[in-house]
Design a protein around this ligand. Structure first.
Ligand code: SF4
Length: 693
C-alpha cells in the first residue's frame, strides 16, 4: 500500500487528541494536530500509539479452542457458524437471557450502537452491559438526576482556559491526560485526592481525605458554603429545586466533624470554599477518585450540590463537569450498549423511546427486551442457575478490569461459551473458546465522542491486517446466521452512523443532524444536534448546555439529598490499611496495548505499590522489595515504592498489570445501588514483604 496520510484521533483516552498519521503497513508515524483539546500536544501514550499497530502478537485470524484445550487457527465461516449454532442452542435450552454481551468503552459509536442492536434484536437478550459501568456510571447517574441529561463536560474543554478556580475531586489529568493541563494553567487548582498525585503537586490547595470519605468532604464544603453565606441564594431559588432537602443533610456536617471523618483540616475546607466562592469563573470537576465508590452516585451528587449552591452550572464561564476517562466513554454510554439504555441515551423502560427505536429497527416494540443488570453482576452470574451460559466480549478485558478479579475469572471459566473479539491477546482472550480478530483504530472508519460531547471522525490509514475484520462485519455475520437480514446489520460505518443518528432523534444525545459529510468538513459538532435546522441553517450542535435551562421538564436543576455512611469495608486487625487504585502516565486501562510499547513498558514494567516510609517500616517492607498485598478477596504482588507524600493508612496500586500484579484481585465487588459502579477505591488490605530468592 502506498504511503498516505490521514487526520484522526488518538486511540486512547476521552480527550481524543487530534493526530495526523502518515505511513503504510510497514511503518506509521504520528504527529499531533492543532485540535482544540490538545493544541499540538500529545502524551507519551499518544506519541507511541502506532507501535501497537504492528505488535508481534497481533491477532490476525480466528481461533477456536480444540479438544486439547489449545487455541488453533480456523476460518471465519467455521468460527461464526460455530458461535451462532452454540448461541442458538443455549438460548433455546435456557432462554435468551442465557447469552450475555459485554462491550468496551473504546468501541466507536457505530460499534456500540451495533452491539446494542445485536443483543436486543439478534439475540433477544437483556443481558448486555459494558465496561464503562466500571468507570463513569456514577457520574452519569448523578448528572442525569441533577441536570436531566449527562454529558461529561457540558461545555468545551477550552472554556476551562478562562477559569479562575477549579476544584478537581478525584482526578489526575497531569498523568492520565497531560494535554488537558494546558487548559487548567490559568486557574488556581484545588485538588481532592488521598495521595499527592502529579496534579495535586500543581495545586494551590491539596485536600487529602481518607479514602472513602469524599462524600463527607463534599457535604462539609456545602455546609461551609451555606453557613458562611457564600452560596448563591438567588441562583438556587431561580434555577434549582431541592436545596432545602440537601441542606437538611449537610447541616450536620460542620467543619470539625468533617475533619474528624476525612482528616482534612477545617481551615483547608474553608479555604477551598472561599477560593471557589470568591472566583468570578469557577468549575467543579470530578474524576474516578470521587466516582468509583459504593456510594459513587451520591458522592458525585455531593459535589454537584456544592456547584449548584455556588451558582456555577449553566453559567457562561463556570460549571460542573466529569472528566470522562475511556476513549469513547462518552459515546459508549449513549448508543445502547448499556444495560438500561437504548440509542439516543434514552431509558429502555421509556415507552416512547422503545416505540421510536423499535420503529427505526423495523420490529415490534414488544419484541425489545427490558433492562439488564450491571456489568459486575452480569459477570458474576456466569454459569449460575438463571445466569448467563455464554458471553460475547467486544473490545474489553473483564478478567483484569472487573472488581474481585479472581471471582470474575472463576465465573467466566464456568461458561459454556466465551467469545472474545479483540485485536490483541489479553487475559480474557486466553480464556476464550473462540477468538475473533478485529481491526483497531488506524484500520477503521468511525466516530468517537470525546469528553466534551464533540463527535469526531476516526479514519483508516491502513487496510485490515491478515484476516482481521471490523467488529461491524463480525456482528453482521453473526446476526445473519441468527436469522436477521444483512440490510438490518450494515457493515459500512457511515451507514451505521446514519441509522444511529435516526435512532437517536429526539433523545437527549440527539445526533440526527450529524453526518459524515459535516464531520469531514471539520464542523465542531457537539450533541444534541437535531436534524431540524436552526435559523434556516443546519443545526450547529450545542457546545454549551444548560445556559437557558436545565433538561428537566421545569428547566431547573435538582439538588439531591445525600448523606455519608462510610465505605462498605472497614479496616481491622487483619487488614489494617486501605488500598486504592488508579492510573499511571504510561499505561491505559488494563495495559494490553501500552504494555506492548517498548518505551512505556520499560518506564513502568511491573505492578507497584506506593506506601509511606513509616507504613513500610511498620510492616517490614523495603523500598524496591516485592510486596504481597492481601484483602479478603485475594493477594496481589507488587514492587514497593516508598513515597513520603502518601497517607500512612493508604496504599496505592495501578490497574494496568496482569497476573499476580492485578490490582483488582484486591478490590471489593460491592456496587453503588444507584449506578452499579463498583467500589474500586477502598479495599481493606495488609502488606508484607516477599523474600525473593
Ligand atoms: Fe491525548 Fe489521551 Fe491520547 Fe494522551 S492518551 S495523547 S491525553 S488522547
Amino acid at each position: 500500500m502506498a504511503e498516505h496520510h490521514v487526520a484522526t484521533h488518538c486511540p486512547y483516552c476521552a480527550l481524543q487528541c487530534g493526530t495526523e498519521l502518515t505511513g503504510d503497513t510497514g511503518a506509521v508515524s504520528v504527529s499531533p494536530s492543532w485540535f482544540p483539546v490538545n493544541r499540538g500536544g500529545l502524551c507519551r501514550k499518544g506519541w507511541t500509539a502506532p507501535e501497537v499497530l504492528g505488535s508481534a502478537d497481533r491477532l490476525y485470524e480466528p481461533l477456536l479452542r480444540n479438544e486439547h484445550g489449545e487455541l488453533v487457527a480456523t476460518d471465519w465461516d467455521d468460527a461464526l457458524d460455530l458461535v451462532a449454532a452454540k448461541l442458538r442452542d443455549l438460548a433455546s435450552e435456557y432462554g435468551p437471557d442465557a447469552v450475555g454481551v459485554f462491550g468496551g468503552g473504546g468501541l466507536t459509536n457505530e460499534k456500540a450502537y451495533s452491539l446494542g442492536k445485536f443483543a436486543r434484536l439478534a439475540l433477544g437478550t437483556s443481558r448486555i452491559d459494558y465496561n464503562g459501568r466500571f468507570c463513569m456510571a456514577a457520574a452519569a447517574t448523578a448528572g442525569n438526576a441533577a441536570f436531566g441529561v449527562d454529558r461529561g463536560l457540558p461545555f468545551p474543554v477550552t472554556d476551562l482556559d478562562e477559569a479562575e478556580v477549579i476544584l478537581l475531586a478525584g482526578g489526575n489529568p497531569a498523568e492520565t491526560m497531560p494535554p488537558l493541563m494546558q487548559h487548567l494553567e490559568g486557574a488556581e487548582l484545588v485538588v481532592i485526592d488521598p495521595r499527592r498525585s502529579a496534579t495535586a503537586e500543581r495545586a494551590k490547595l491539596h485536600l487529602r481525605p481518607r479514602p472513602g470519605t469524599d462524600l463527607a468532604l463534599a457535604l462539609g464544603l456545602l455546609h461551609i458554603a451555606v453557613s458562611e453565606g457564600w452560596h448563591d441564594a438567588e441562583y438556587t431559588a431561580r434555577r434549582t429545586t431541592g436545596f432545602e432537602q440537601a441542606w437538611a443533610r449537610a447541616v450536620g456536617w460542620w467543619p470539625e466533624r468533617v475533619e474528624r471523618v476525612t482528616g482534612v483540616p477545617a481551615s483547608a475546607q474553608r479555604q477551598a470554599v472561599r477560593m471557589l466562592a470568591g472566583a468570578r469563573r469557577a468549575y467543579v470537576l470530578t474524576g474516578r477518585g470521587a466516582e468509583q465508590h459504593g456510594d459513587g452516585a451520591d458522592t458525585v451528587a455531593g459535589f454537584i450540590n456544592l456547584a449548584l449552591a455556588l451558582g456555577l452550572p449553566g453559567v457562561t464561564g463556570s460549571g460542573y463537569g466529569c472528566l470522562t476517562g475511556q476513549g469513547n466513554g462518552q459515546g459508549g454510554r449513549e448508543h445502547g450498549q448499556k444495560a438500561d439504555q437504548l440509542p439516543g441515551y434514552r431509558l429502555i423502560t421509556d415507552p416512547g423511546a422503545r416505540a421510536h427505536v423499535a420503529g427505526v429497527w423495523g420490529v415490534a416494540e414488544e419484541s425489545l427486551p427490558g433492562p439488564g443488570i450491571p456489568a459486575t453482576r452480569l459477570l458474576e452470574s456466569a454459569g449460575t442457575a438463571g445466569g448467563i451460559r455464554a458471553l460475547l466480549v467486544f473490545g474489553a478485558n473483564p478478567v483484569l478490569s472487573a472488581p474481585h478479579a479472581g471471582l470474575a475469572r472463576a465465573q467466566l471459566s464456568r461458561l459454556d461459551l466465551l467469545v472474545v473479539a479483540d485485536f490483541l491477546p489479553s487475559e480474557t482472550t486466553r480464556m476464550a473458546d473462540v477468538v475473533l480478530p478485529v481491526t483497531q483504530w488506524a484500520e477503521e472508519e468511525g466516530t468517537m465522542t470525546n469528553l466534551e460531547g464533540r463527535v469526531l471522525r476516526r479514519r483508516a490509514l491502513l487496510p485490515p491486517p491478515g484476516r482481521a475484520r471490523s467488529d461491524l462485519e463480525v456482528l453482521s455475520g453473526l446476526a445473519v446466521r441468527l436469522g436477521r437480514s444483512e440490510t438490518s446489520f450494515p457493515t459500512r460505518a457511515s451507514a451505521v452512523f446514519d441509522e444511529l443518528a435516526r435512532a437517536s432523534a429526539g433523545g437527549p444525545a440527539d445526533y440526527s443532524g450529524i453526518d459524515y459529510e459535516r464531520l469531514d468538513s471539520g464542523e465542531p459538532l457537539h450533541w444534541p444536534c437535531p436534524a431540524e435546522p436552526e435559523g434556516g441553517s443546519p443545526h450547529p450542535g450545542t457546545p454549551r448546555l444548560f445556559l437557558d435551562s436545565f433538561a428537566h421538564p421545569d428547566g431547573r436543576a435538582r439538588f439531591t439529598a445525600v448523606d455519608w455512611h462510610g465505605p462498605a469495608e472497614s479496616t481491622d486487625h487483619e487488614y489494617p490499611l486501605v488500598a486504592t487504585t488508579g492510573r499511571t502516565s504510561g499505561h491505559y486501562q488494563t495495559g494490553e496495548q501500552t504494555r506492548r510499547v517498548e518505551e512505556l513498558s520499560e518506564a513502568e514494567p511491573e505492578s507497584f505499590v506506593r506506601l509511606h516510609p513509616d507504613t513500610a517500616a511498620r510492616t517490614g517492607v523495603h523500598d524496591g522489595q516485592l510486596a504481597r498485598v492481601s484483602s479478603a478477596r485475594g493477594t496481589a504482588l507488587a514492587r514497593a515504592r516508598l513515597d513520603g507524600s502518601m497517607r500512612q493508612d493508604t496504599l496505592f496500586l495501578p490497574i494496568h498489570y496482569p497476573g499476580t500484579g492485578c490490582a483488582n484481585l484486591l478490590t471489593n465487588p460491592v456496587l453503588d445501588p444507584r449506578s452499579g459502579i463498583p467500589e474500586f477505591k477502598v479495599a481493606a488490605v495488609s502488606i508484607s514483604g516477599v523474600e525473593e530468592v
